[in-house]
Ligand binder design. Structure first.
Ligand code: PLP
Length: 422
């Protein structure tokens, strides 16, 4: 294990890093001759052995198509797929498995709502409220919907570099003309944790339907859809230690029941005639075609894995790493930090004076550190902040304080290399 000597948890970290790191085989390697330091978890997380083994086991023993088979393998595949649905309901504290739709990920979940719910219920002149910190996945589908039906988009402002929602504008923006309020739980650029339960409550009082983008929260902290009180919530398997190509849309039972299908095809119908069809009840109505069975089964194991660690513990660990990174960098000349100084999730975006974010990320890669540089699918937010891009470090349960310290060392090296040593 390459990083044995670096296994330093935050002083009172609630997770056992030595054990956790052994569960993620990909972490045990060198990149450019240095131990890999993987800090690109907001883009995608690594997968524990339990998930890799479950997917392999499925293909080696149980693989078959679901729902329509009358043989043993098909029954096993169906049972595994539906058990994953039940597990996802429990993971989000939904009222039942019928409130869980499997999709390809957060992006498809949001497009499903925009297409199926939005097209059916929105009319010319209606308003859709978003925030200025939305990922393109929670912006472009609403732009398409607004163009289709003649609706108007409104944006709750972000305060500036400290990246909080300016809720003083809520009274002005959140009115009965708004039909849908869609907001991110945790910003993938700023690390801001938004008060989604309060925002949903304000919306509910006016009869406004709500959607929470939980792409950055579902694997990092407890997410309880009943406590949040949202109508829809979306997340991706690959960002919560699960496989790619599988995601979840939670939809409140009453909302899903009033929605027409999203796509047509096999699996979503009860009866088909040449001219018309009768559709299944939700959630199957929204899952046309052969689903990603292996993905759902892998996701089931990812949810088990994270809950065995405890998502409360993961969140505290992420926050400690982010606070440590913030403290180390905040005092340094030539470093501009984005996002709230306190209470942030495990995401730290920064810029170094006179050095392009892509140069920072390329240099870091040559030291074995995986960061991300660019607009992070937050182009409107970047414009608001007056920048084109940032460099971003994002943490997960297997990252260590020593890795954060190594990042800070390399940032200092970068400043020296480019001649902006302070
Ligand atoms: C906040 C947020 N929303 C949505 C997405 C889109 O997720 P996916 O590409 O898995 O659909 C991301 C991905 O980075 C994200 O960070």
């Amino acid at each position: 294990m390459i990083l044995d000597t670096h296994l330093v948890a935050p002083t009172d970290s609630p997770v056992n890093l030595e054990w956790i790191r052994r569960d993620f085989p990909i972490l045990d390697q060198r990149v450019c001759g240095y131990p890999l330091v993987y800090l690109d978890n907001a883009a995608t997380t690594q997968k524990p052995r339990a998930v890799l083994d479950a997917v392999r086991h499925y293909y080696e023993h149980d693989n078959s198509n679901v729902h329509r088979g009358i043989h043993e393998l098909s029954n096993r595949a169906t049972a595994g797929y539906e058990a994953a649905r039940g597990r996802a309901a429990q993971f989000l504290n939904a009222r039942g498995a019928d409130e869980i739709v499997f999709t390809r990920g957060t992006t498809e979940s949001i497009n499903l709502v925009a297409q199926a719910w939005g097209t059916h219920f929105l009319r010319t002149g209606d308003q859709i409220l978003l925030t200025e910190m939305e990922h393109h996945s929670n912006l472009v589908p609403w732009q398409l919907l607004a163009q289709r039906v003649g609706a108007q988009l409104l944006f709750l402002p972000v305060t500036g570099d400290e990246g909080l929602l300016d809720c003083t504008h809520l009274d002005r923006l959140l009115t009965p003309r708004v039909k849908l309020f869609a907001m991110t739980h945790i910003s993938n650029t700023l690390g801001t944790v938004n008060p989604v339960a309060e925002l949903c409550e304000r919306a509910r009082k006016l009869g406004v339907v709500t959607l929470v983008d939980a792409a950055q929260s579902a694997g990092h902290r407890p997410v309880d859809v009943q406590a949040i009180g949202c109508d829809f919530l979306a997340f991706s398997g690959h960002k919560i230690a699960g496989p790619t190509g599988i995601g979840v849309l939670y939809g409140r039972r009453e909302r899903l029941a009033e929605m027409p299908p999203y796509q047509g095809g096999g699996e979503m119908i009860l009866n088909v005639d040449f001219e018309q069809s009768i559709y299944k009840e939700p959630p199957h109505r929204f899952e046309a075609g052969t689903p990603n069975m292996a993905g759902a089964i892998g996701l089931h194991h990812a949810m088990d894995y994270l809950d065995a660690l405890g998502r409360d513990a993961i969140f505290r660990h992420d926050q400690q790493l982010a606070a440590h990174a913030y403290r180390q960098l905040a005092g340094r000349p030539g470093v501009r930090l984005f996002g709230p100084p306190a209470g942030r999730a495990g995401v730290v975006s920064f810029l170094l004076d006179h050095i392009h974010a892509h140069d920072v990320v390329t240099f870091a890669d040559h030291r074995g550190i995986a960061l991300r540089g660019g607009h992070h699918c937050n182009q409107p937010l970047m414009k608001k902040l007056g920048v084109e891009s940032t460099a971003r470090a994002s943490f997960f349960c297997y990252n260590t304080i020593a890795e954060v310290d190594r990042l800070v060392e390399v940032i200092i090296e970068i400043q020296k290399y480019f001649g902006y040593e302070h």
